[in-house]
Design a protein around this ligand. Structure first.
Ligand SMILES: NC(=O)c1ccc[n+]([C@@H]2O[C@H](COP(=O)([O-])OP(=O)(O)OC[C@H]3O[C@@H](n4cnc5c(N)ncnc54)[C@H](O)[C@@H]3O)[C@@H](O)[C@H]2O)c1
Length: 313
């Protein structure tokens, strides 16, 4: 059986994701769909010409009907943040795009897993779930997968350790209210504090604040410089697809519908989540300290208010 992945929105994020997916060799069919067919055609041609350098895959600019048979439909359609604009400012505009896209996808691909990257990703993951009627396990937002990667990258630089050896999560909203879980961060099982003390690496509150601010505000810093971000999120989306297509049961900080962890329900936000062939299988409840737990509740409230501001059912 061919493994088909469809990307809706062939802009910066969608096209970069499709290109990275071809590199990965994970999918045998990669379809790009965009409201502007010239754009998806151009990107599909360019990416298809890279295939002879990688592993065989069919890449084409498709229509909504090509969602049929897809294992995963990745939604990246919609505008990005402009300088000075918050992710929540984008909400109304991109919610209308999600309302346009999701019913068309579901009509063609009722069995697919939806993977949402369009911002603000948590509220739009919830909207996609509401509009699709799919089980919560099959509607996943990229959530804080990117923020967690940025956090591990910055910690890796400070600690002089491969970021893959650092276990540390950003949870909650993909955005301003996100929460760093310092209390559980570790290197090879050694808590960060102890690792730094033993290595003579400064790691006081000021350093933590600096690392977290650089993590949380990275998108703003990149957008100020080059207009949008797309490489790291594209790699993150490929990583989520890998966990699904290879049934890896990888624990990733993706956004899913909450059904009670830490007393949170009826919002989508990120917590470490087991991802397998069925999508988001289960949430791993980290033991948060009191400050982290309250910050997570606040993040959930921010998202609840954002969803309420949209109105509708
Ligand atoms: N989740 C994350 O971590 C993360 C990271 C970076 C960017 N993003 C988000 O990804 C989204 C895309 O960003 P981008 O830089 O690729 O934007 P872009 O403007 O480059 O591309 C968006 C594409 O969506 C298409 N589109 C718009 N409405 C559509 C519709 N109804 N149906 C099909 N296609 C439609 C446009 O024609 C365009 O090609 C933004 O919302 C951005 O904020 C998310």
């Amino acid at each position: 059986m061919p493994s088909r992945v469809v990307v809706i929105g062939a802009g910066h994020v969608g096209a970069t994701f499709a290109y990275a997916l071809v590199h990965s060799g994970l999918a045998s069919e990669v379809v790009l769909v965009d409201a502007d067919p010239r754009r998806s055609e151009g990107e599909a041609m360019d990416i298809a010409h890279a295939v002879p350098f990688h592993r065989p895959a069919r890449v084409w600019a498709g229509t909504w009907a090509d969602c049929a048979g897809a294992s995963i439909v990745v939604i990246t359609a919609g505008g990005g943040q402009r300088p000075g604009q918050t992710r929540l400012d984008l909400l109304r505009k991109n919610a209308a795009i999600i309302a346009d896209v999701v019913p068309r996808v579901i009509a063609a691909a009722p069995e697919a897993i939806l993977l949402i990257a369009t911002n603000p990703v948590d509220v739009l993951t919830l909207r996609a779930r509401e509009l699709s009627g799919l089980p919560a396990s099959r509607v996943i937002g990229s959530g804080t997968i990117l923020d967690t990667a940025r956090f591990r990258h910055l910690l890796g630089e400070r600690l002089g350790v491969d970021p893959r050896s650092i276990h540390a999560f950003i949870v909650g909203e993909h955005g301003d209210s996100e929460v760093p879980v310092w209390s559980r961060a570790n290197v090879a099982g050694v808590p960060l504090e102890a690792f730094c003390r033993r290595g003579g690496i400064p790691f006081d509150q000021a350093v933590r604040d600096e690392v977290f601010a650089a993590t949380r505000d990275a998108a703003y810093a990149i957008i100020e410089r080059k207009g949008s971000t797309y490489y790291a999120i594209a790699s993150g989306l490929v990583r989520i697809c890998e966990a699904i297509l290879r049934d890896q049961r990888t624990i990733l900080s993706v956004s899913t519908l909450m059904d009670g962890p830490y007393g949170i329900r009826d919002v989508c936000l990120s917590l470490p989540t087991v991802v397998d062939a069925g999508g988001a299988a289960s949430v791993v409840e980290l033991e948060l300290d009191d400050t982290e737990a309250s910050a997570l509740q606040r993040s959930a409230e921010v998202l609840r208010a954002a969803r309420a501001s949209l109105g509708g059912s």
